[in-house]
Ligand binder design. Sequence first.
Ligand SMILES: *[C@@H]1O[C@H](CO)[C@@H](O)[C@H](O)[C@H]1NC(C)=O
Ligand SMILES: *[C@@H]1O[C@H](CO)[C@@H](O)[C@H](O)[C@H]1NC(C)=O
Ligand SMILES: *[C@@H]1O[C@H](CO)[C@@H](O)[C@H](O)[C@H]1NC(C)=O
Ligand SMILES: *[C@@H]1O[C@H](CO)[C@@H](O)[C@H](O)[C@H]1NC(C)=O
Length: 491
Amino acid sequence: MFFLLLSSFVLAVAAVNYPAIPNDETTPVQQHIAIKGPDSMSIGWNTYEKLTKPCVHYGFSSDNLTQQACSTTSITYASSRTYSNAVTLTELTPATTYYYKIVSGNSTVDHFFSPRAAGDTTPFNMDIVIDLGVYGADGFTTTKRDTIPNIQPALEHTTIGSLAQNINDYELVVHPGDFAYADDWYLRLGNLLDGKDAYEAILENFYEQLAPIAGRKAYMVSPGNHEADCTELDYTSGLCPQGQSNFTDFMNRFGHAMPSAFPSSSKNSAAQSRAAKAAGLANPPFWYSFEYGMVHVTMFDTETDFPNAPDAPGGSAGLNGGPFGFTNQQLEFLTADLASVDRTVTPWLIVAGHRPWYSTGGSTNICAPCQTAFESLFNKYGVDLVIAGHVHNSQRFLPMGNGVPDPAGMNNPTAPMYIIAGGAGNIEGVSKVGANATGNAFAYADEFSYAQVQVLDKQHLGVEFLKSSSGVVLDSSVLYKEHGVAFVVQS
Ligand SMILES: *[C@@H]1O[C@H](CO)[C@@H](O)[C@H](O)[C@H]1NC(C)=O
Ligand SMILES: *[C@@H]1O[C@H](CO)[C@@H](O)[C@H](O)[C@H]1NC(C)=O
Ligand SMILES: *[C@@H]1O[C@H](CO)[C@@H](O)[C@H](O)[C@H]1NC(C)=O
Ligand SMILES: *[C@@H]1O[C@H](CO)[C@@H](O)[C@H](O)[C@H]1NC(C)=O
């Protein structure tokens, strides 16, 4: 009796939920695409075997894929079952629908929209999801997955479903950190005996669930604390199996897919040399920038690579990651990059990183070293909007400078406006709104939600928060900025 009980316990506990490996191991899985340059896109995908020459066919119609791009990038790490492949498609006509097919014995045609040229004044929307984890009834299954437009909302876990249903409402997705939550594998009893495989299984499931979205819309990423290590438990990194520490999966998956910084879109020669300097200092997928229509977007790393970074060796999170650049490389990048932005071409300057420094819920929710490292740069160069997550809810702050709401409010402030869009949904659930904070204008934590940034025109930027289960607009605001100065430098 005891042995029967014991063996059924072990069977129940040992079931790691890995997806089935396709018979044709060149089958593309976990697809994601990104803006790689002013006229280029990267196509990234994983396979269960190493590819000697990953290739993509593409063209203007699904039955005429006349062009081909290839690479030799097919990389893996110690505990992974898959290889990350990446190919860049160059010399694309801007703002045009392309069809593409990853070369494999078993692949299908999908399509994407090539990047809008810097200075294109067509309005567009950019969806923001942060802290997004695996879907499904138990948080780890893939049975509810389908392709666009019919992804079934899995119980109350609905953000990917909403992104699928509203696929024509946005042109790109920005996701600064916390993907999958593989390092939370120990929160499911069934994973306890098999942490190494449970971690990998969660990653495979998550990126496969995300593929219908990330394989069609430019999916721009930067790191969060859940990419750092094999568990979120402080100071356990010494116990991590090889390959599951130091942002390894994140680097393998996205390192060849994200851009560095674009050549300047300005006629000003100082701006051109600053942009060239920024390109040399960029370190994708950790910190980098891109331009799209009326916007310059800078992605930054709140985890490592600045003084007292929380995930750095000896840092407050105990996650022992990085550094990924030389001392102050990220800050030098940000200085050159932000200073290069010519507002007569890209009036809007938006930055996105994982951890916030303005949040409700008290001081445990904020990253003080991040504020010390980054806020003065964002004030100086007139950043319009700062996007963060990490706190699992939706929040909007008035434009804020050094803890004080800008007296101009939403009417041509000099300080950046701040949002938190960390309510997209993961195994940890939502975080209570908690105590109010100076400058807070909206906070919501009843259900999963996400944000949409609406680039309306050169002077108006909309932000809406949407309830994932219904698409209902929870909060709506419009920031007005005059943008009368080409190169903003403020004290
Ligand atoms: C082909 O790909 C589909 C999913 O994209 C998969 O279900 C199927 O098993 C694959 N077939 C082979 C022969 O690998
Ligand atoms: C296929 O595309 C190429 C350019 O990519 C074009 O020159 C050619 O005319 C197209 N063929 C058809 C049948 O549309
Ligand atoms: C993490 O990886 C980077 C880049 O490979 C390396 O320079 C750094 O030393 C690593 N950090 C740790 C704690 O192993
Ligand atoms: C904080 O106070 C402001 C001003 O009264 C209000 O608009 C906002 O909704 C409050 N936020 C929370 C989280 O209570």
